[in-house]
Design a protein around this ligand. Sequence first.
Ligand code: ADP
Ligand code: MG
Length: 346
Amino acid sequence: EHVAVEYGKGPQAHRAVDGVSLALATGEIGALIGPSGCGKSSLLRAIAGLQAIAQGQISSGGQIISTPADITAPEVRGVGMVFQDYALFPHMSIARNVGFGLAHLPRPARQERIAEVLQLVGMADLAGRMPHELSGGQQQRVALARALARKPSVLLLDEPFSSLDAAMREKLAQEVRSILKAAGSTALVVTHDQHEAFAMADRIGVMQAGRLEQWDSPYQLYHQPATRFVAEFVGDGVLLPVQLQAAGATGEAGAAGALLQTPLGELTLSPQQAAGHAPGQALSLLLRADELVLDAASPLQATVSQVQFRGGWQLCSLQLACGQSVLLQTSSLRPLQVGQSVQIAA
Ligand code: ADP
Ligand code: MG
Protein backbone atom coordinates (compact mmCIF):
# COMPACT_ATOMS: atom_id res chain seq x y z
CA GLU A 1 0.00 0.00 0.00
CA HIS A 2 1.41 3.39 -1.12
CA VAL A 3 4.90 1.93 -1.30
CA ALA A 4 7.83 4.18 -2.21
CA VAL A 5 11.44 3.13 -2.74
CA GLU A 6 14.16 5.78 -2.73
CA TYR A 7 17.84 5.61 -3.53
CA GLY A 8 20.09 8.20 -1.90
CA LYS A 9 19.20 10.57 0.90
CA GLY A 10 17.86 14.10 1.27
CA PRO A 11 17.32 16.38 -1.73
CA GLN A 12 19.38 14.06 -3.96
CA ALA A 13 17.09 11.11 -3.26
CA HIS A 14 15.77 9.39 -6.37
CA ARG A 15 12.29 7.93 -6.06
CA ALA A 16 12.40 4.66 -8.06
CA VAL A 17 8.98 3.48 -6.82
CA ASP A 18 6.40 6.15 -6.14
CA GLY A 19 3.25 5.34 -4.18
CA VAL A 20 2.44 1.90 -5.58
CA SER A 21 -0.56 -0.05 -4.23
CA LEU A 22 -1.50 -3.54 -5.39
CA ALA A 23 -2.83 -6.81 -3.97
CA LEU A 24 -2.42 -10.45 -4.94
CA ALA A 25 -4.82 -13.08 -3.62
CA THR A 26 -3.49 -16.48 -2.54
CA GLY A 27 -2.82 -18.64 -5.59
CA GLU A 28 -2.88 -15.70 -7.99
CA ILE A 29 -0.09 -14.94 -10.46
CA GLY A 30 0.72 -11.28 -11.04
CA ALA A 31 3.06 -9.68 -13.54
CA LEU A 32 4.75 -6.29 -13.62
CA ILE A 33 5.63 -4.83 -16.99
CA GLY A 34 7.00 -1.47 -18.06
CA PRO A 35 10.01 0.11 -19.73
CA SER A 36 13.52 -0.45 -18.43
CA GLY A 37 14.24 1.60 -15.30
CA CYS A 38 10.59 2.14 -14.33
CA GLY A 39 11.09 0.52 -10.92
CA LYS A 40 9.92 -3.07 -11.38
CA SER A 41 12.96 -4.72 -9.78
CA SER A 42 13.04 -2.15 -6.99
CA LEU A 43 9.42 -2.95 -6.11
CA LEU A 44 10.09 -6.70 -6.28
CA ARG A 45 13.12 -6.35 -3.99
CA ALA A 46 11.03 -4.33 -1.54
CA ILE A 47 8.47 -7.14 -1.47
CA ALA A 48 11.29 -9.67 -0.96
CA GLY A 49 12.60 -7.68 2.01
CA LEU A 50 15.90 -6.97 0.27
CA GLN A 51 15.14 -3.26 -0.03
CA ALA A 52 13.93 -0.71 2.55
CA ILE A 53 10.83 1.32 1.73
CA ALA A 54 10.54 5.09 2.20
CA GLN A 55 6.77 5.21 2.46
CA GLY A 56 3.73 2.92 2.80
CA GLN A 57 3.60 -0.66 4.01
CA ILE A 58 3.75 -4.24 2.68
CA SER A 59 1.81 -7.08 4.26
CA SER A 60 1.53 -10.80 3.66
CA GLY A 61 -1.06 -13.14 5.15
CA GLY A 62 -2.40 -10.30 7.32
CA GLN A 63 1.05 -9.53 8.81
CA ILE A 64 2.84 -6.27 8.14
CA ILE A 65 6.29 -7.22 6.84
CA SER A 66 7.66 -3.82 5.72
CA THR A 67 7.24 -0.28 6.96
CA PRO A 68 9.69 2.62 6.57
CA ALA A 69 10.76 1.93 10.17
CA ASP A 70 11.06 -1.85 10.12
CA ILE A 71 11.47 -4.76 7.71
CA THR A 72 11.03 -8.45 8.42
CA ALA A 73 14.12 -10.31 7.18
CA PRO A 74 13.80 -12.08 3.79
CA GLU A 75 14.34 -15.56 5.28
CA VAL A 76 11.58 -15.00 7.86
CA ARG A 77 8.95 -13.59 5.49
CA GLY A 78 8.83 -16.80 3.44
CA VAL A 79 9.45 -15.38 -0.02
CA GLY A 80 11.23 -17.29 -2.76
CA MET A 81 13.11 -15.58 -5.55
CA VAL A 82 14.09 -16.61 -9.05
CA PHE A 83 16.44 -14.36 -10.99
CA GLN A 84 17.35 -13.98 -14.64
CA ASP A 85 20.68 -15.81 -14.37
CA TYR A 86 19.66 -19.24 -12.99
CA ALA A 87 22.20 -18.90 -10.15
CA LEU A 88 22.63 -22.64 -9.68
CA PHE A 89 25.71 -23.86 -7.81
CA PRO A 90 27.91 -25.21 -10.63
CA HIS A 91 29.66 -27.85 -8.47
CA MET A 92 26.42 -29.40 -7.14
CA SER A 93 24.12 -31.90 -8.83
CA ILE A 94 20.60 -30.83 -9.75
CA ALA A 95 19.18 -32.71 -6.75
CA ARG A 96 21.64 -31.05 -4.35
CA ASN A 97 20.91 -27.64 -5.84
CA VAL A 98 17.20 -28.14 -5.25
CA GLY A 99 17.80 -29.44 -1.73
CA PHE A 100 20.09 -26.55 -0.80
CA GLY A 101 17.52 -24.62 1.21
CA LEU A 102 16.09 -27.72 2.88
CA ALA A 103 18.86 -28.43 5.40
CA HIS A 104 16.33 -28.08 8.21
CA LEU A 105 14.47 -31.22 7.02
CA PRO A 106 15.54 -34.75 8.00
CA ARG A 107 17.19 -36.57 5.09
CA PRO A 108 14.23 -38.74 3.97
CA ALA A 109 11.83 -35.77 3.98
CA ARG A 110 14.40 -33.72 2.09
CA GLN A 111 14.81 -36.42 -0.58
CA GLU A 112 11.06 -36.70 -0.90
CA ARG A 113 10.59 -32.94 -1.34
CA ILE A 114 13.42 -32.79 -3.93
CA ALA A 115 11.82 -35.61 -5.95
CA GLU A 116 8.39 -33.95 -5.66
CA VAL A 117 9.43 -30.54 -7.03
CA LEU A 118 11.68 -32.00 -9.73
CA GLN A 119 8.68 -34.04 -10.83
CA LEU A 120 6.57 -30.87 -10.81
CA VAL A 121 8.94 -29.04 -13.18
CA GLY A 122 9.43 -32.11 -15.39
CA MET A 123 13.07 -32.69 -14.45
CA ALA A 124 12.83 -35.89 -12.38
CA ASP A 125 15.01 -37.86 -14.81
CA LEU A 126 17.86 -35.38 -14.64
CA ALA A 127 18.31 -35.19 -10.85
CA GLY A 128 21.85 -36.59 -11.02
CA ARG A 129 23.13 -34.24 -13.72
CA MET A 130 25.34 -31.22 -13.18
CA PRO A 131 24.08 -27.72 -14.14
CA HIS A 132 26.45 -27.41 -17.14
CA GLU A 133 24.87 -30.55 -18.61
CA LEU A 134 21.49 -28.78 -18.93
CA SER A 135 20.11 -26.27 -21.44
CA GLY A 136 19.24 -22.74 -20.31
CA GLY A 137 15.53 -23.56 -20.14
CA GLN A 138 16.22 -26.69 -18.08
CA GLN A 139 18.46 -24.76 -15.71
CA GLN A 140 15.76 -22.17 -15.20
CA ARG A 141 13.28 -24.93 -14.38
CA VAL A 142 15.70 -26.23 -11.75
CA ALA A 143 16.00 -22.72 -10.29
CA LEU A 144 12.20 -22.62 -10.12
CA ALA A 145 12.13 -26.05 -8.41
CA ARG A 146 14.68 -24.86 -5.87
CA ALA A 147 12.57 -21.79 -5.05
CA LEU A 148 9.37 -23.87 -4.82
CA ALA A 149 11.01 -26.53 -2.62
CA ARG A 150 10.77 -24.33 0.47
CA LYS A 151 7.06 -23.74 -0.12
CA PRO A 152 7.35 -19.96 -0.11
CA SER A 153 4.19 -17.98 0.65
CA VAL A 154 5.04 -15.78 -2.34
CA LEU A 155 7.36 -16.53 -5.22
CA LEU A 156 9.03 -13.52 -6.83
CA LEU A 157 10.56 -13.87 -10.30
CA ASP A 158 12.67 -11.11 -11.84
CA GLU A 159 12.93 -11.44 -15.64
CA PRO A 160 13.28 -15.22 -15.24
CA PHE A 161 13.37 -15.97 -18.97
CA SER A 162 15.31 -13.05 -20.39
CA SER A 163 18.50 -15.01 -21.03
CA LEU A 164 16.56 -17.54 -23.13
CA ASP A 165 15.69 -17.27 -26.81
CA ALA A 166 12.25 -16.02 -27.84
CA ALA A 167 10.71 -19.38 -28.76
CA MET A 168 11.90 -20.94 -25.49
CA ARG A 169 10.63 -17.95 -23.49
CA GLU A 170 7.06 -18.25 -24.66
CA LYS A 171 6.97 -22.03 -24.15
CA LEU A 172 8.47 -21.74 -20.69
CA ALA A 173 6.10 -18.92 -19.69
CA GLN A 174 3.15 -21.23 -20.40
CA GLU A 175 4.82 -24.12 -18.58
CA VAL A 176 5.72 -22.06 -15.55
CA ARG A 177 2.13 -20.87 -15.29
CA SER A 178 0.94 -24.51 -15.20
CA ILE A 179 3.64 -25.43 -12.66
CA LEU A 180 2.75 -22.51 -10.36
CA LYS A 181 -0.96 -23.28 -10.63
CA ALA A 182 -0.30 -26.98 -9.87
CA ALA A 183 1.76 -25.97 -6.84
CA GLY A 184 -0.95 -23.50 -5.73
CA SER A 185 1.74 -20.80 -5.55
CA THR A 186 1.19 -17.10 -5.26
CA ALA A 187 3.67 -15.41 -7.55
CA LEU A 188 4.71 -12.04 -8.90
CA VAL A 189 6.84 -12.00 -12.04
CA VAL A 190 8.68 -9.04 -13.52
CA THR A 191 9.14 -9.04 -17.27
CA HIS A 192 9.72 -6.51 -20.00
CA ASP A 193 7.83 -8.76 -22.41
CA GLN A 194 4.08 -8.20 -22.43
CA HIS A 195 3.44 -11.46 -24.31
CA GLU A 196 5.11 -13.32 -21.47
CA ALA A 197 2.92 -11.45 -18.99
CA PHE A 198 -0.22 -12.28 -20.98
CA ALA A 199 0.83 -15.96 -21.11
CA MET A 200 1.48 -16.20 -17.38
CA ALA A 201 -0.51 -13.78 -15.29
CA ASP A 202 -3.98 -13.44 -13.81
CA ARG A 203 -3.26 -9.79 -13.10
CA ILE A 204 -0.85 -7.40 -14.75
CA GLY A 205 0.55 -4.11 -13.53
CA VAL A 206 1.95 -1.52 -15.92
CA MET A 207 4.60 0.72 -14.40
CA GLN A 208 6.05 3.95 -15.68
CA ALA A 209 8.57 6.21 -13.92
CA GLY A 210 7.97 4.54 -10.56
CA ARG A 211 4.19 4.73 -10.75
CA LEU A 212 1.72 1.92 -11.24
CA GLU A 213 -0.51 3.11 -14.09
CA GLN A 214 -2.92 0.17 -13.96
CA TRP A 215 -3.28 -3.13 -12.07
CA ASP A 216 -5.84 -5.24 -13.83
CA SER A 217 -6.75 -8.45 -15.65
CA PRO A 218 -5.01 -8.96 -19.02
CA TYR A 219 -8.38 -8.46 -20.75
CA GLN A 220 -9.10 -5.12 -19.05
CA LEU A 221 -5.56 -3.94 -19.64
CA TYR A 222 -5.88 -4.56 -23.36
CA HIS A 223 -9.46 -3.41 -23.87
CA GLN A 224 -9.90 -0.79 -21.13
CA PRO A 225 -6.49 0.84 -20.64
CA ALA A 226 -6.67 3.29 -17.73
CA THR A 227 -4.20 5.79 -19.15
CA ARG A 228 -2.79 6.94 -22.45
CA PHE A 229 0.53 5.36 -21.52
CA VAL A 230 -1.05 1.92 -20.98
CA ALA A 231 -2.98 2.23 -24.23
CA GLU A 232 0.22 2.84 -26.16
CA PHE A 233 2.46 0.44 -24.22
CA VAL A 234 0.21 -2.63 -24.37
CA GLY A 235 -0.72 -4.22 -27.70
CA ASP A 236 -0.63 -2.74 -31.19
CA GLY A 237 -2.82 0.22 -32.01
CA VAL A 238 -2.95 3.93 -32.70
CA LEU A 239 -4.56 6.84 -30.87
CA LEU A 240 -6.69 8.77 -33.34
CA PRO A 241 -7.64 12.41 -32.85
CA VAL A 242 -11.46 12.55 -32.75
CA GLN A 243 -14.17 15.11 -32.01
CA LEU A 244 -17.32 14.63 -30.04
CA GLN A 245 -20.65 15.87 -31.41
CA ALA A 246 -24.00 15.77 -29.67
CA ALA A 247 -26.43 13.34 -31.34
CA GLY A 248 -29.68 15.12 -30.45
CA ALA A 249 -30.66 18.73 -31.06
CA THR A 250 -30.40 19.38 -27.32
CA GLY A 251 -26.67 19.92 -27.51
CA GLU A 252 -26.12 17.68 -24.50
CA ALA A 253 -23.72 14.84 -25.16
CA GLY A 254 -24.88 12.68 -22.27
CA ALA A 255 -28.61 12.58 -22.97
CA ALA A 256 -29.11 10.85 -26.33
CA GLY A 257 -25.64 9.45 -26.80
CA ALA A 258 -23.28 11.19 -29.16
CA LEU A 259 -21.45 10.99 -32.44
CA LEU A 260 -17.70 10.85 -32.76
CA GLN A 261 -16.15 12.34 -35.85
CA THR A 262 -13.17 10.10 -36.60
CA PRO A 263 -10.77 9.77 -39.53
CA LEU A 264 -12.63 6.51 -40.28
CA GLY A 265 -16.06 8.13 -40.33
CA GLU A 266 -18.74 8.64 -37.71
CA LEU A 267 -19.05 6.43 -34.68
CA THR A 268 -22.08 6.37 -32.37
CA LEU A 269 -21.38 6.44 -28.65
CA SER A 270 -23.81 5.21 -26.01
CA PRO A 271 -24.88 7.73 -23.34
CA GLN A 272 -22.52 5.99 -20.88
CA GLN A 273 -19.58 6.26 -23.26
CA ALA A 274 -20.31 9.91 -23.90
CA ALA A 275 -20.90 10.79 -20.25
CA GLY A 276 -18.50 13.33 -18.84
CA HIS A 277 -17.47 14.68 -22.23
CA ALA A 278 -18.67 17.96 -23.73
CA PRO A 279 -19.74 18.37 -27.38
CA GLY A 280 -16.93 19.80 -29.48
CA GLN A 281 -14.33 18.31 -27.18
CA ALA A 282 -11.19 16.92 -28.83
CA LEU A 283 -10.53 13.35 -27.66
CA SER A 284 -8.31 10.40 -28.53
CA LEU A 285 -9.74 7.11 -29.75
CA LEU A 286 -7.73 3.93 -29.32
CA LEU A 287 -8.00 1.78 -32.43
CA ARG A 288 -6.41 -1.66 -32.06
CA ALA A 289 -4.80 -3.35 -35.05
CA ASP A 290 -7.23 -6.27 -34.62
CA GLU A 291 -10.27 -3.97 -34.73
CA LEU A 292 -9.76 -3.16 -38.41
CA VAL A 293 -10.57 -5.60 -41.21
CA LEU A 294 -10.04 -5.72 -44.95
CA ASP A 295 -13.46 -5.23 -46.56
CA ALA A 296 -13.82 -4.96 -50.35
CA ALA A 297 -17.33 -3.49 -49.89
CA SER A 298 -16.13 -0.63 -47.69
CA PRO A 299 -15.82 2.87 -49.14
CA LEU A 300 -12.87 3.59 -46.86
CA GLN A 301 -9.61 3.51 -48.83
CA ALA A 302 -6.09 3.27 -47.47
CA THR A 303 -2.58 2.74 -48.81
CA VAL A 304 -0.22 0.17 -47.31
CA SER A 305 2.91 1.97 -46.09
CA GLN A 306 4.65 -0.78 -44.08
CA VAL A 307 4.29 -4.53 -43.54
CA GLN A 308 5.82 -6.48 -40.66
CA PHE A 309 5.73 -10.26 -41.00
CA ARG A 310 4.86 -11.83 -37.62
CA GLY A 311 4.48 -15.47 -38.59
CA GLY A 312 0.82 -16.41 -38.88
CA TRP A 313 -0.17 -12.77 -39.21
CA GLN A 314 1.22 -9.50 -40.45
CA LEU A 315 1.08 -6.05 -38.90
CA CYS A 316 0.49 -3.39 -41.55
CA SER A 317 0.69 0.39 -41.34
CA LEU A 318 -1.93 2.00 -43.54
CA GLN A 319 -2.28 5.61 -44.56
CA LEU A 320 -5.76 7.09 -44.89
CA ALA A 321 -6.59 9.78 -47.46
CA CYS A 322 -6.60 12.38 -44.66
CA GLY A 323 -2.96 11.52 -43.90
CA GLN A 324 -3.69 9.69 -40.64
CA SER A 325 -1.93 6.34 -40.11
CA VAL A 326 -3.67 3.28 -38.66
CA LEU A 327 -2.56 -0.29 -37.96
CA LEU A 328 -4.13 -3.44 -39.38
CA GLN A 329 -3.52 -7.00 -38.25
CA THR A 330 -4.31 -9.56 -40.91
CA SER A 331 -3.52 -13.15 -41.87
CA SER A 332 -0.14 -13.57 -43.56
CA LEU A 333 -1.69 -16.11 -45.93
CA ARG A 334 -2.72 -13.08 -48.01
CA PRO A 335 0.42 -10.96 -48.05
CA LEU A 336 -0.07 -7.22 -48.54
CA GLN A 337 2.47 -5.18 -50.51
CA VAL A 338 3.78 -1.73 -49.67
CA GLY A 339 2.09 0.81 -51.93
CA GLN A 340 -1.00 -1.37 -52.44
CA SER A 341 -4.41 0.24 -52.08
CA VAL A 342 -6.90 -1.54 -49.81
CA GLN A 343 -10.42 -1.05 -48.51
CA ILE A 344 -10.89 -1.31 -44.76
CA ALA A 345 -13.68 -1.17 -42.22
CA ALA A 346 -13.59 -0.75 -38.44
P1 ADP B 1 13.48 -1.88 -13.76
O1 ADP B 1 13.64 -3.17 -13.03
O2 ADP B 1 12.07 -1.53 -14.08
O3 ADP B 1 14.34 -1.80 -14.98
P2 ADP B 1 14.84 -0.73 -11.45
O4 ADP B 1 13.95 -0.95 -10.28
O5 ADP B 1 16.01 -1.62 -11.58
O6 ADP B 1 13.97 -0.69 -12.79
O7 ADP B 1 15.39 0.76 -11.37
C1 ADP B 1 14.54 1.87 -11.18
C2 ADP B 1 15.38 3.14 -11.04
O8 ADP B 1 16.13 3.10 -9.84
C3 ADP B 1 16.37 3.35 -12.17
O9 ADP B 1 16.43 4.72 -12.44
C4 ADP B 1 17.66 2.83 -11.60
O10 ADP B 1 18.75 3.47 -12.18
C5 ADP B 1 17.52 3.18 -10.13
N1 ADP B 1 18.20 2.20 -9.27
C6 ADP B 1 18.00 0.88 -9.21
N2 ADP B 1 18.75 0.28 -8.30
C7 ADP B 1 19.50 1.27 -7.73
C8 ADP B 1 20.50 1.30 -6.70
N3 ADP B 1 20.86 0.21 -6.04
N4 ADP B 1 21.03 2.51 -6.41
C9 ADP B 1 20.66 3.64 -7.04
N5 ADP B 1 19.73 3.69 -8.02
C10 ADP B 1 19.16 2.51 -8.36
MG1 MG C 1 14.75 -4.92 -13.51
